[in-house]
Design a protein around this ligand. Structure first.
Ligand SMILES: Cc1cc2nc3c(=O)[nH]c(=O)nc-3n(C[C@H](O)[C@H](O)[C@H](O)COP(=O)(O)OP(=O)(O)OC[C@H]3O[C@@H](n4cnc5c(N)ncnc54)[C@H](O)[C@@H]3O)c2cc1C
Length: 416
């Protein structure tokens, strides 16, 4: 959409958020669009070599890395304002203050429609902080590619794995609109939700009109934070993050289930939540950080030396165990789902690698999981869950997550 010069738009952002072709792009433009679209595939091994070379360490689950750490921003304001440890916002603010960049491509909330997200180029520290925190509804950072291309000055870019992959393809094509992107950062990525999740959350709280939303947060307050909706009439609905996860099976964007990149493998530096009881109990905000490219690694080391970041090294096996449920979803589940789809004659993305050799029990488990996704995604199931108290549904989902984490804990040792 971002490359189409207005010929492709996203219709109905409060609905299915599907691209709509207004006018057919010309042949040359269409070739570029298709080449840069990561939805149909992205060759992981080839792009790994092109972006990082063979120098960094590598694991199929984590992608290339020079360091793995648990960390946080030492500025309490950044840490508090952010989703996890504030690593991403801190890097952007540091680069801006040092004048290594003049702007940062981030995803904020729309001013005119505060229930929707909006990508923009932040040029001040305040704007970067305003755009901090994760947005779990479907969004399209790369729709501002023309603005990125027209920006005068160097940029840092923040995006989800599919968006980052497109930027990497465009960089290799030497497309003029990405020439000024100096740094590529991104959060880990489990899944995204349709906008229907917001409508459903409101309905569960007895409200019908999402246009009454004045503020929408997904990670408000102390880590791991809360989903929080503020309405124009002063009402506030809030649910802790682990309970708000109940929305996932009912409203997940199905494409998330075909993504095999949990840790944003093609960024210079990526950050996720430091999921482990020892950190979760402490609150405050902790990130897991992957320094990947030489440039990204140099940046976080300089920030550590200048007391911007606290970083404690983490070994590969522990880092994988901390996200075992995420790797199970992306590096086992996604490959089984794609295999099942191909058996049904459906097309699947080509990532240039396939993982296989899973036991029969994992296949059976996948059938159960996928059936649940299909069943819970129906209008009837969504309607039913809206009748139940959120405290009950939320705690049920928190318990399921803990069971899933426990059952996948030794994922690396099982050597797929
Ligand atoms: C959709 C989604 C799914 C995630 N799933 C997981 C997961 O399964 N496991 C896990 O450990 N972590 C996950 N994360 C990452 C986690 O929520 C934090 O974003 C991450 O730890 C970075 O924290 P931080 O404090 O360094 O970031 P912050 O300092 O808060 O900065 C976050 C940056 O990300 C940008 N951003 C936020 N949402 C989006 C978006 N939807 N698209 C593009 N850019 C965005 C913001 O503009 C901001 O610049 C997910 C994040 C998102 C957005």
């Amino acid at each position: 959409m971002g490359l189409s010069a207005g010929k492709i738009v996203f219709g109905e952002k409060e609905g299915r958020y599907l691209p709509k072709i207004i006018r057919e792009p010309d042949e040359e433009n269409m070739q570029i669009i298709l080449k840069a679209c990561s939805g149909k595939g992205f060759d992981f091994p080839a792009n790994r070599m092109a972006v990082f070379g063979s120098e960094p360490s590598f694991h199929t689950y984590t992608g290339p890395y020079r360091s793995i750490s648990i960390g946080y921003a030492l500025d309490p304001l950044i840490r508090h304002q952010a989703a996890s440890g504030g690593i991403i916002s801190a890097m952007l603010i540091y680069l801006l203050r040092k004048q290594h960049i003049q702007g940062a491509v981030v995803l904020g909330m729309s001013k005119s429609k505060p229930w929707l997200t909006e990508p923009f180029i932040a040029t001040t520290e305040e704007e970067i902080l305003e755009a901090a925190q994760s947005k779990y509804i479907i969004s399209s950072v790369n729709e501002i590619l023309p603005q990125i291309g027209a920006f005068e000055g160097k940029l840092a870019y923040v995006g989800l794995p599919g968006q980052v992959q497109s930027i990497r393809i465009l960089q290799q094509m030497q497309h003029p609109w990405v020439r000024n992107i100096e740094y590529v950062f991104g959060p880990f990525y489990g899944n995204t939700l349709h906008f229907s999740s917001i409508k459903s959350f409101l309905k569960s709280n007895g409200e019908k009109d999402y246009r009454q939303i004045s503020k929408l947060y997904f990670r408000h307050g102390e880590w791991p934070g809360n989903m929080r909706v503020e309405l124009l009439n002063g009402k506030v609905f809030q649910l802790k993050k682990f309970h708000a996860n109940y929305l996932i099976p009912f409203h997940i964007v199905k494409n998330s289930l075909l993504c095999t990149d949990l840790t944003n493998e093609f960024t210079d530096v990526s950050g996720g939540d430091a999921w482990a009881p020892v950190y979760e109990e402490r609150g405050k905000g902790f990130s897991m950080v992957f320094g990947r490219s030489a440039k990204g690694e140099a940046l976080i080391r300089a920030m550590e030396a200048e007391k911007w970041l606290s970083l404690n090294p983490l070994d590969l096996e522990t880092s994988i165990a901390m996200h075992s449920h995420g790797y199970d979803l992306k590096k086992r589940g996604a490959f089984i789902r794609m295999r099942l789809m191909r058996m049904l004659g459906k097309e699947t993305p080509d990532y240039g690698y396939r993982l296989s050799g899973f036991g029969i029990s994992r296949f059976l488990m996948e059938l159960v999981i996928d059936s649940l996704f299909l069943l819970l995604g129906t209008g009837m199931a969504r309607w039913l869950v809206e009748l139940l108290p959120l405290s009950f549904v939320g705690s049920m989902f928190e318990k399921s997550r803990n069971i899933w984490k426990k059952s996948t804990k030794d994922i690396k040792r099982r050597q797929l």
